[in-house]
Design a protein around this ligand. Sequence first.
Ligand code: T5A
Length: 220
Amino acid sequence: MANEKFITFEGPEGSGKSTHILLLADYLREHGIEVIVTREPGGTPTGEAIRDLLQHGGSGEVPVPRAEVLLFLASRAQHVERFIRPALASGSWVLCDRFEDSTLAYQGYGRGFDVDKLRAMNHFATHGLKPDLTLLLDVLPEISRARLLARQTQTSAAPDRIEREAEAFHIRLRNGFLELARQEPSRFVVVDTVGEQKQVASAIRAAVIRRLMGGDPNEH
Ligand code: T5A
């Protein structure tokens, strides 16, 4: 149907990215669009190894904040060159769970690294690849904490290193995401995720139809 598109899902932990990326992929496939779903850090063998280092202490050592930035960017460089660009070149739409805005929000607004420097480093890693649309799934820190706690109770999974960060960190990064969306309104759509999953999924579909499929959401 339409030309290839690159859509990123961004937002704090527990905002529903993993849930809604799969629902959107199903919807697009039903409309005859070839879709690939991927994530960061990860998406390639190198990226998944980096994910293990970053989130689960795979090396037995916690990366220092500067190493953390470089590891996220190394995962992204590999992902863009080996996976995302080839998939787009083959005509697929690519839906990616987190991309450059997570680095700006977490390592920039969250950890305090200079956001413009991070942008330049990110540009090096991606060779300038930008999403056609970024869906920012917004959630208040107290709601995301409650969702993650409920999931941890159900699955007995322990919170990862970043989930354990202090409340102030989570407030800074949420505000950082909202600031990034204000700076680039033509790329971002902010979706409030407080409501039922069904309502959130429908808001996401409407944004994609309006921005990328040239349609009226009421007709789909
Ligand atoms: N990171 C990543 C950086 O610091 N810098 C970077 O550059 C990059 C790329 C990635 C970590 O790395 C950091 C950010 C992260 O801390 P991850 O495991 O990929 O780690 O973490 P998340 O992306 O945050 O994944 P989560 O699974 O924690 O959150 P999601 O995907 O946003 O949420 P989801 O869909 O799993 O939903 C969470 C729970 O909430 C429920 C779901 O059923 C689920 O149980 N839920 C709802 N409940 C009620 N109402 C709704 N509307 C709901 N939507 C979802």
